[in-house]
Design a binder for this molecule. Structure first.
Ligand code: MSP
Length: 762
């Protein structure tokens, strides 16, 4: 792969014209006499040095210290392309920061309308001076302690009460900083808990949960070349669970975007194969995605299609801003292009294959997709100049790419050379895409087009400042480089900060094999939902999906997990604890302090009531659950949150079974007290489980909470208390009539031999 960059030609030009030569050139583009295609062979050594020198200044971009008000100076002063940061010779290659758009547009073409200065220029199109000062770098918002009337855990009454009683921590309403304070309260108990423990370190922006804190959560936008499959749904469910959990925490206004990625060669080819036009194919496939996500209860607030005018406008503006800030140049480019992955690949990422006719061909070693040698004149993005700023961004934000193995992977990539990136394709090859503004011979590279969707949904270039950079992108590992290298660099190049966090997940295989159309093993989410129910399938994917490693799908596993955890353990517990035979009044029974007295340390105190040491240990586990679950959500370990809940459900079943409430005589006053207490504790546990499960299985959780007579306004995560009566506090549920729906919470599934394979034709 070789890029013949215009700035390399400056080497040639400087030799013949002297160092002022570039100033005589329009807009940093090569002089007409400078060849665009092949540089003279004798210049290669010099060109190499020049290229290295241009690969980015060694000093990192200076950012204002945290908390400092953004300066009024626009970003270009800190832009790695800004001349003041480059050695003398490079000044000429880099483009000036003021004014940045050339009077003489490159190659004699007129500047795009949206960038024209003076009368007639669209006000909204000016990249600088956007509303909200959004073109200047701002440090990520500091955590705001939530103003709250709740007790301050640092005050004596909170801290001492927690130290005195194991359950006080859980029974007390969450403090102003629920995670940190509750973690401190529960720390002495952790050693005794049998559930896996999350790290106590709290630090990410995701936890900056002051009221009013906005956040945009996003899924990737899905290629509109084929119907949705299991992998797509998994990306969307992870984001959905985070979005729902955030809403239940009352963390502040949130948006949740998804959509379809509709341009590019692969869509163009898929349309041709389907015997239709790209717009027709995209309309059909986009509707399938919308339908599949809606069917799976994915609670998106924004659905964007890259063929929409609002997005095209945003992309054109973004392109103009890149051009204006000198981040683009035109160069001839050749290399191996992989259409299914829509990217050029270096030799080091290729492998050779032989087909049935003995023909050898090259494929991407990562995805196995075939590549083709392509030689074109393209616009290039000066990605190489952003290596240091990207490294600094990552060093300063160790959770910017999460979980950590993916962060390390990105750092590793940045340790290697970072060549400039081809960001357009010749229009003669790719017609289905957004034309380069002012150059109708080129189409904008589909990845630049697609990534800008995260800005278009928040109203770029007008209103994005209200949301950006408070954005968390959920992405699969295959598109990590696009999100964690290209996207932040593109954003920096236009003067915008990178997104706050990129949350990465691994892939699903099917019976040990990669999902692929050719293997005929692509799993259809709609068929799965038909078979396992919406909540069943959501639960399975989120319970079994581990972000750091690939997971294997097979139907028998789904049946096993759902039967054992949702039908038997959770559903069975609800059924048994609300059975009319043991609770004929169908009310939330009363808790008896004499049966379950508050004690200082259950290991040392001889039980006074009827509860055993095991019972105390179990309620401590459940008491710590909300904190643990919150912590795992924050760490993007939803499967671990579900594992903890499943363990507590098992413990609650153990508690119920141990005391055999069906053997107690309701007509005997002492036994009645204990019977009601057992049911009360069990319903309290179920209430906590139902509340915590809402982001994952919203319908089932709703059914469970309705059965327990928990009102909608009592289902929030920020005010979730457990067993308040143990701490002498009133329990609003005691004596309430339980809900009327006594139906089965989750039906057992039959062992299925039917495989949920995608077989739709487009
Ligand atoms: N269009 C791009 C994304 C552009 S975002 C600016 C794209 N689309 S995709 O349809 O191919 O993939 C969408 C998501 O599905 C990605 O997060 C990808 O990782 C995920 N998955 C695709 N196959 C997958 C599995 N087999 N398993 C899990 N997720 C996988 O890439």
């Amino acid at each position: 792969m070789r890029v013949n960059q215009p700035h390399l030609h400056y080497g040639f030009l400087e030799q013949s014209l002297g160092t002022n030569a570039p100033q005589q050139l329009p807009w940093g583009m090569p002089a007409p006499q400078a060849p665009l295609a092949a540089p003279a062979p004798h210049l290669f050594v010099y060109l190499f040095i020049s290229d290295r020198a241009l690969s980015g200044p060694k000093q990192p971009i200076r950012l204002p210290p945290r908390g400092e008000a953004p300066t009024s100076r626009p970003f270009p002063h800190r832009n790695p392309l800004s001349p003041q940061r480059l050695p003398a010779r490079q000044h000429q290659a880099a483009l000036p920061s003021h004014p940045t758009f050339p009077e003489q547009p490159p190659h004699g073409s007129a500047p795009p309308a949206h960038l024209r200065r003076g009368p007639g220029a669209a006000a909204a199109a000016a990249p600088r001076g956007l509303p909200g000062g959004s073109t200047t770098w701002r440090p990520p918002p500091r955590r705001q302690p939530a103003p709250s009337s709740r007790p301050d855990p640092r005050r004596p009454h909170g801290a001492r009460a927690a130290a005195r009683s194991p359950l006080a921590a859980a029974a007390a309403p969450p403090p102003a900083r629920p995670l940190r304070a509750a973690a401190a309260m529960l720390r002495p108990l952790r050693r005794r808990l049998s559930v896996p423990q999350p790290p106590l370190r709290r630090r990410s922006s995701a936890s900056a949960s002051g009221p009013g804190r906005r956040l945009l959560l996003s899924t990737p936008i899905f290629y509109a070349n084929g119907p949705p499959h299991l992998g797509h749904l998994y990306s969307a469910l992870l984001a959905d669970a985070l979005h729902r959990q955030r809403g239940l925490r009352g963390a502040g206004p949130g948006r949740f975007s998804t959509g379809t990625d509709e341009h590019g060669l692969k869509i163009q080819q898929a349309a041709a194969e389907a015997g239709t036009s790209p717009p027709e194919l995209c309309a059909r496939v986009s509707a399938l995605f919308r339908q599949a996500l809606t069917q799976a209860a994915v609670s998106f607030t924004d659905f964007i299609r890259t063929s929409e005018p609002r997005h095209q406008r945003a992309v054109c503006h973004f392109w103009g801003a890149l051009q204006e800030r000198g981040a683009l140049y035109k160069g001839s480019y050749e290399g191996w292009y992989c259409t299914p992955d829509e990217c050029f690949l270096p030799e080091s990422q290729l492998a050779e294959r032989t087909d049935s006719q003995g023909r050898t061909y090259k494929v991407s070693s990562e995805t196995g997709h075939e590549v083709h040698w392509t030689k074109e004149e393209n616009y290039m993005f000066r990605l190489s100049a952003f290596r240091d700023p990207l490294q600094k961004w990552l060093r300063d934000n160790p959770r910017a790419v999460f979980p950590n193995p993916f962060y390390q992977r990105v750092l590793h990539w940045l340790g290697d050379d970072l060549p400039d990136l081809s960001v357009s394709r010749e229009r003669s090859r790719l017609q289905w895409g957004i034309p380069v503004p002012g150059d109708s011979t080129q189409t904008i590279y589909v990845w630049v087009d697609a990534l800008v969707n995260y800005l278009s949904v928040v109203g770029y270039p007008e209103t994005h400042g209200e949301w950006w950079p408070a954005a968390h992108h959920v992405v699969g590992k295959d598109i990590l480089k696009f999100h964690a290298v290209y996207w932040p660099a593109l954003l920096m190049a236009v003067g915008l900060p990178p997104p706050e966090q990129i949350l990465v997940h691994s892939h699903w295989t099917v019976r040990g094999q990669k999902m692929s159309k050719s293997l005929g093993n692509v799993i259809d989410p709609s068929a799965c939902i038909g078979q396992y129910t919406v909540d069943g399938f959501r639960y399975f994917l989120l319970r079994q999906g581990v972000p750091e490693r690939d997971c294997d799908y097979y139907d028998e596993k789904v049946v096993k997990v759902l039967n054992s955890e949702l039908a038997d353990a959770l559903g069975g517990l609800l059924n048994r604890s609300t059975a009319l035979s043991i609770n004929p009044s169908n009310t939330y029974p009363y808790f008896s302090e004499s049966c379950f007295p508050k004690i200082l340390d259950y290991r040392e105190t001889k039980a006074l009531g009827r509860a055993s040491a095991e019972d105390y240990e179990f309620v401590v586990s459940v008491a710590s659950l909300p904190l643990q679950v919150a912590s795992y959500f924050e760490d993007f370990q939803i499967y671990k949150a579900l594992e903890c809940i499943a363990l507590c459900v098992r413990q609650t079943n153990g508690f119920f079974q141990r005391h055999r409430p069906w053997k107690l005589n309701r007509n005997h006053p002492a036994e009645k007290l204990w019977l009601d207490t057992i049911i009360h504790v069990t319903l309290e546990c179920l209430r906590v489980f139902g509340t915590l499960l809402q982001p994952v299985i919203p319908c089932t959780a709703d059914k469970l909470l309705s059965r327990l007579a928990v009102e909608p306004e009592e289902r929030g995560l920020s005010n979730l208390t457990f067993l308040p009566r143990y701490n002498g506090k009133p329990c609003p549920f005691e004596g309430r009539q339980l809900g009327s729906d006594t139906g089965i919470l989750f039906h057992r599934l039959e062992k299925s031999s039917q495989h949920q394979i995608e077989n739709r034709r487009l």
